[in-house]
Write a protein that binds this ligand. Structure first.
Ligand SMILES: [Zn+2]
Length: 293
C-alpha cells in the first residue's frame, strides 16, 4: 500500500463476528479518526451454528454454504464500523473453520487447526509488510476460550509478527484482547437487573466470557462509548451468529451476555507503555492519558 495513514492497526481474528464482539468500538473509533484499520479473518466460520431457523439450511451438516454467507455478513458489519480493509488469511476459503475443540472436524486436512504455522504466518507477514501497523491485536494463548481456531489465530499472529520483523517491519506493540473481571461482573449485574422481558433462554456465567483477566492485567482501555451504536449495528449484521437486545446479546447457546462499549487490551510485545496514575492507557498507539499526545 502507498500513502498509508499515520496510525495503522491490524487485528487478527478466527471467524467473522469475533472482530465485532471483541473489538467493534475500537475498530469504529480508529477508522473514524482516520487510522488504517486492517482486519485479517483466518476462516469463514463454516462450522458455526445458525441461529435464525429460516437460514438453517446454510449449516455445515446441510448445504454447507455458511462460509459464503458469512463473507456477506462480515462485509455488512465492516460497513457499519467504517472499516474498508478486511481480508481473509491466504484468501477467502484458504483455511476452513476447525469446529469446537475435540470434534472430528479438527482433523480435516484443510482446517485452520491443521495449518502449517509458518505458511499461515507467512500470509500474515505479507499483510504486515503491506500495511506496516504499529499495533496488532489478537487473542491470548488460549484463544480466549479454547476454540482451536482462536488458539491458532494467536499463534499465527505472533509468528507473523516475528516473520515480518525479520523482513523489515517490527510492529511496535502487540496486544491480546481481554476483559477485566470487575467489568464482566458489573455487566452481569446489569443484565440480572434488566428485568423480566429478557429475550434469551438464560444468562451466561462470567466464565463463559472469553479472555477474562484480573483487573491489573489490563494495559489499555479504549472508550468507544460514542461508537456503541456502530458496534450494535455490526453485531446485528452477523445475523446467523448473534441476537442483540439493547446492551445485551446472545450467541447460538441462547445465553444472554453484556456487551461492552469500552474494550480492553493487555500488551504482550513491544516497548512497555509508561504507567499512568490508573496504571492503564487509553490508546493502543500512545502512552497512557496524561502522557505524550
Ligand atoms: Zn470465533
Amino acid at each position: 500500500m502507498t500513502d498509508l495513514p499515520a496510525r495503522r492497526l491490524l487485528l487478527v481474528h478466527a471467524h467473522p463476528d469475533d472482530e465485532t464482539i471483541n473489538n467493534g468500538v475500537t475498530m469504529a473509533k480508529y477508522a473514524a479518526e482516520g487510522a488504517l484499520v486492517t482486519l485479517v479473518t483466518c476462516t469463514l466460520g463454516e462450522e458455526g451454528e445458525v441461529i435464525p431457523p429460516e437460514l438453517a439450511q446454510l449449516a455445515a451438516d446441510r448445504d454447507d454454504t455458511l462460509g459464503e454467507h458469512r463473507i456477506g455478513e462480515l462485509a455488512s458489519a465492516m460497513a457499519e464500523l467504517g472499516v474498508t480493509d478486511h481480508r481473509f488469511l491466504g484468501g477467502a476459503g484458504r483455511y476452513r473453520d476447525s469446529g469446537m475443540m475435540g470434534l472430528v472436524q479438527n482433523e480435516e486436512p484443510d482446517c485452520f487447526w491443521q495449518a502449517d504455522l509458518d505458511e499461515a504466518a507467512g500470509h500474515l507477514a505479507e499483510v504486515i509488510l503491506d500495511t506496516r501497523p504499529q499495533a496488532l491485536v489478537t487473542y491470548d494463548s488460549n484463544g480466549g476460550y479454547g476454540h482451536p481456531d482462536h488458539i491458532q489465530a494467536h499463534r499465527v499472529a505472533l509468528r507473523g509478527y516475528e516473520l515480518a520483523a525479520g523482513q523489515g517491519h517490527r510492529v511496535a506493540r502487540v496486544y491480546e484482547t481481554c476483559t477485566p473481571r470487575s467489568v464482566v461482573e458489573a455487566g452481569f449485574r446489569r443484565l440480572a437487573e434488566a428485568g423480566k422481558d429478557f429475550p434469551f433462554g438464560g444468562i451466561a456465567a462470567v466464565d463463559d466470557v472469553p479472555g477474562v483477566v484480573d483487573d491489573d492485567q489490563v494495559t489499555v482501555a479504549v472508550d468507544g462509548t460514542a461508537y456503541a451504536d456502530r458496534k450494535t449495528a455490526a453485531m446485528r449484521a452477523h445475523a446467523t451468529q448473534i441476537v442483540v437486545d439493547g446492551p445485551f446479546f446472545a450467541l447460538s447457546d441462547d445465553l444472554g451476555q453484556p456487551y461492552f462499549s469500552t474494550e480492553y487490551y493487555r500488551q504482550v510485545r513491544g516497548a512497555e507503555l509508561p504507567s499512568s496514575a490508573s496504571g492503564r492507557g487509553d490508546d493502543l498507539f500512545d502512552p497512557p492519558s496524561g502522557g505524550a499526545a
